[in-house]
Design a protein around this ligand. Structure first.
Ligand code: ZN
Length: 274
């Protein structure tokens, strides 16, 4: 589907964690096009993507720019590379995980990004913005002439973003959302779901949501809860069984952030206010 002239959104495949299928974007200038993300590595999804690319005229594809390491974004990249001839691009901090976890250990990434790169598609310029937090190598892509921001999973319209200990960092995540808010994009095209038409308000809301959650974690600590599980059980009282592990990870991410900031101390999985 063409969202606005030259910016196409394809959504195919499974719905991870009940959120909409991953979006693959095709940004098409008058000289070349770039694919942003690649969706799942599934026959049907891939065939639908190739059909769509042909339907819009089969433009030369300058690259398959993978926004981060997760399967629903990186999985289909090798097939797209094979069938379009385009190189695979990703941030250097997610490269190893992408090749190990998604490409069966094959060195298929052709170009490492670090943020700040620009790509001239002819009338449309893409700018890569490093936005670590959801994963350390997450990037967003700004379509400069349109003030349109492809935010990947850093800003979702439908839900908050998971920040998992070990692959993400909540402190950096909040910083990154602030950085994207300061760009003041006109619209956000997220990694899942439809356009976010009030991007600045949405990003303020996301930052505020994390701030409130942090306050809750701090007040639980003040009241004597001192492990991840105790804090989780106090804060998440009405979530389904299947979400409990994810909830614990979110609490862990908050505690990691507070520990890094020196506001909380930790020893042997027991936390205390400083
Ligand atoms: Zn993701």
């Amino acid at each position: 589907m063409e969202l606005e002239r030259g910016i196409h959104q394809m959504a195919h495949g499974r719905q991870p964690f009940g959120i909409p299928s991953p979006n693959v974007y095709l940004v098409q200038g008058h000289r070349a096009a770039m694919l942003i993300d690649s969706g799942y590595d599934e026959d049907e999804d891939h065939a639908a993507r190739m059909a769509y690319i042909n339907q819009v005229g089969g433009p030369p594809i300058m690259g398959v720019l993978v926004t981060h390491r997760h399967r629903d974004h990186a999985g289909g990249a090798v097939r797209l590379k094979r069938d379009t001839g385009a190189p695979i691009l990703c941030h250097r901090l997610d490269r190893e995980a992408i090749e190990q976890e998604r490409f069966e250990g094959e060195a298929q990434v052709d170009e490492e990004l670090q943020g700040g790169e620009t790509f001239d598609l002819g009338g449309l310029t893409l700018e890569v913005i490093h936005a670590p937090g959801h994963t350390m190598g997450s990037v967003a892509v700004l379509v400069r002439e349109r003030h349109a921001l492809l935010s990947a999973d850093t800003v979702l319209g439908v839900t908050t973003t998971l920040v998992r200990p070990g692959e993400g960092d909540l402190r950096l995540y909040v910083e990154s959302v602030g950085k994207l808010r300061d760009i003041a994009p006109r619209v956000i095209y997220p990694g899942h779901g439809g356009p976010v038409v009030d991007p600045v308000a949405r990003m303020e809301e996301l930052i505020e949501h994390r701030r409130q959650r942090e306050e809750q974690v701090l007040s639980q600590l003040a009241m004597g809860a001192n492990t991840v599980m105790e804090i989780r059980d106090a804060l998440y009282t009405d979530i389904p069984e299947a979400r409990l592990a994810i909830a614990a990870e979110q609490v862990q991410s908050h505690l990691d952030k507070l520990t890094t900031e020196g506001r909380v101390t930790t020893a042997d999985g027991v936390y205390a206010l400083k």
